[in-house]
Design a binder for this molecule. Structure first.
Ligand code: PLP
Ligand code: SF4
Length: 492
């Protein structure tokens, strides 16, 4: 429902139901309400500025990119157009935006690409939504396009595979960390590449700075994973991630879905994809893919099993009327969609940006499930926030809307500790930025540590980290203060 300031004012001034611009009194049998006086309001008046999450960009926003001028909505919505115009090379990016930005920006991107652990891949949808008048601070630019001047030196404790997934992997492309759930990585490609990807050790092609360990998008490779899952009766839950399920051909998506649903002990499945955030039109125009998903969900339901879609919106700026229509289509076809965001500085780290995102997702029936404390991945120091900041944000967000649409703020504990509520640390030192977590469900003999970005620490803290000979001592002190020096610390 899109209210103008005028509508809102009419509603707020209404004295009886009859005065409302559109209302329940139109419903047969409810005429008795017409003269019913409207009760006094307890709450302050709202204005349309409080309801911006209900506005969905529906103009042809892509025409801001000179090369997309005159492109019709039908064409822009086609997968062919999206694929053909996906930016994978610097030269192509340059060609699309050279009239919109200055040379300094392009030079900075060129330099930035050299340092980034991820390759470039940007959908025309995202490219068109970046505010090219303010590219330095734009939340979508920050996520997908590195600029050299933005980088901060890596924290001394950063690692490439910070979650230690390779250590919990019984067969290629499968991570079994928790008792009853596994992470299946059937492919290593995505519709876009995010600068902050936690799986940059594997996802996307090699870059100047990283030689990747490959998973293959090939059914022969998946057999081992299927066999492992079938051989472990405790596994009830399979997360199909990657890479990205958007890149699975419809018959492969169906094959994975049907095979896993056949395994009696598998009760829950989630297909994980960034797709709806970066190319929502696929759900509207790639009928074969969407049907494959809908059918697997339906097959699951027939078998009494849950199959859902987990997606990854980070900013309300990623959401347009195309997104709204795509999410509506999934909802009307019985597909539950949940969202996992990564908390990123400059993207969603203020109360306003986070609340807007949560409200907008909720409005489309997409459930905000998790907000992740940014993983300690190399080359992303400028995107992380401190634990203190995240806990404040969590406090501000709790209560703004339905509890079931309120995300949990979690840290995926570096070194393989799994997800922990950010505020559940056993010890946290705001000065050194060290937080200490236990994770009894994963390994009760270990202690896990997270390190705030040094740039966010108070001066005293930054000074301490400057002296390399103190690092071990800082960690020792934090462990001792946690009261768990009997446990084995895992670092990075
Ligand atoms: C996140 C994750 C899961 C799923 O965890 P939930 O908390 O149920 O969403 C499973 N396996 C691994 C390795 C994970 O990182
Ligand atoms: S879509 Fe997900 S897996 Fe792919 S690059 Fe982005 S964060 Fe990584």
């Amino acid at each position: 429902m899109r209210y103008t300031e005028q509508d809102i004012s009419t509603i707020q001034k209404a004295e009886t139901f009859n005065d409302l611009p559109n209302g329940i009194s139109d419903i047969e049998g409810l005429e008795i309400l017409d003269k019913q006086p409207i009760p006094d309001h307890l709450k302050d008046s709202v204005s349309s500025g409080d309801l911006t999450h209900r506005l969905f960009e529906s103009e042809s926003f892509w025409e801001k990119i000179p090369a997309f001028k005159g492109v019709s909505e039908e064409e822009f919505l086609s997968i062919k157009f999206q694929n053909k115009n996906t930016v994978r090379k610097l030269e192509k990016l340059e060609q699309f935006i050279k009239d919109l930005v200055d040379d300094n920006f392009l030079d900075q991107v060129k330099e930035g690409m050299r340092r980034s652990p991820m390759n470039l891949s940007i959908s025309p949808y995202i490219l068109s939504l970046i505010d090219w008048d303010n590219p330095w601070t734009d939340p979508l630019r920050i996520q997908f396009i590195p600029v050299n001047s933005g980088f901060e030196p890596d924290h001394p404790k950063l690692a490439l595979d910070s979650l230690g997934e390779q250590g919990d992997s019984p067969v290629d492309g499968l991570v079994h960390r928790y008792f009853d759930k596994v992470l299946f990585l059937p492919l290593d490609v995505c519709p876009v590449y995010c600068r902050f990807c936690t799986r940059s050790y594997a996802v996307g092609g090699n870059t100047d700075s990283v030689d990747k360990k490959r998973f293959k998008n090939a059914p022969e490779k998946w057999k081992e994973a299927f066999t492992y899952i079938a051989s472990r009766p405790e596994i009830e839950d399979v997360v199909i991630s990657g890479g990205d399920a958007y890149m699975l051909a419809p018959d492969r998506l169906r094959l994975i879905g049907e095979t896993l649903l056949e395994i009696p002990h598998v009760r829950r499945m989630r297909f994980a994809t960034k797709g709806p955030a970066v190319a929502p039109m696929k759900i509207l125009s790639d009928e074969a893919w969407t049907q494959a998903l809908v059918e697997v969900v339906k097959l699951g339901r027939e078998k009494g099993k849950e199959v859902v879609l987990h997606t990854h919106f980070n900013s309300a700026n990623e959401i347009t009327d195309i997104t709204r229509r795509a999410m509506l289509k999934l909802f009307q076809n019985g597909v539950t969609v949940r969202n996992q965001s990564v908390l990123i500085k400059g993207v969603n780290d203020t109360v306003d940006t986070m609340v807007e995102l949560i409200r907008k997702l909720s409005y489309m029936n997409v459930q905000p499930y998790y907000v992740y404390q940014h993983d300690m991945v190399t080359g992303t120091e400028d995107m992380r926030t401190s634990v203190k900041h995240t806990v404040e944000l969590e406090k501000a967000v709790r209560g703004i809307t339905a509890g079931f649409n309120t995300p949990l703020f979690v840290t995926d504990a570096p070194g393989g500790g799994g997800k922990r509520d950010v505020h559940s640390y056993d010890y946290y030192d705001e000065t050194t930025g060290i937080s200490v977590y236990r994770s009894p469900s994963v390994d009760e003999s270990k202690l896990y540590l997270y390190f705030d970005p040094i740039e966010t620490l108070p001066v005293e803290g930054r000074k301490l980290w400057e002296d390399e000979s103190l690092h071990e001592k800082l960690i020792e002190v934090a462990i001792e203060k946690s009261g768990y020096s009997n446990l084995e610390p895992v670092i990075g």
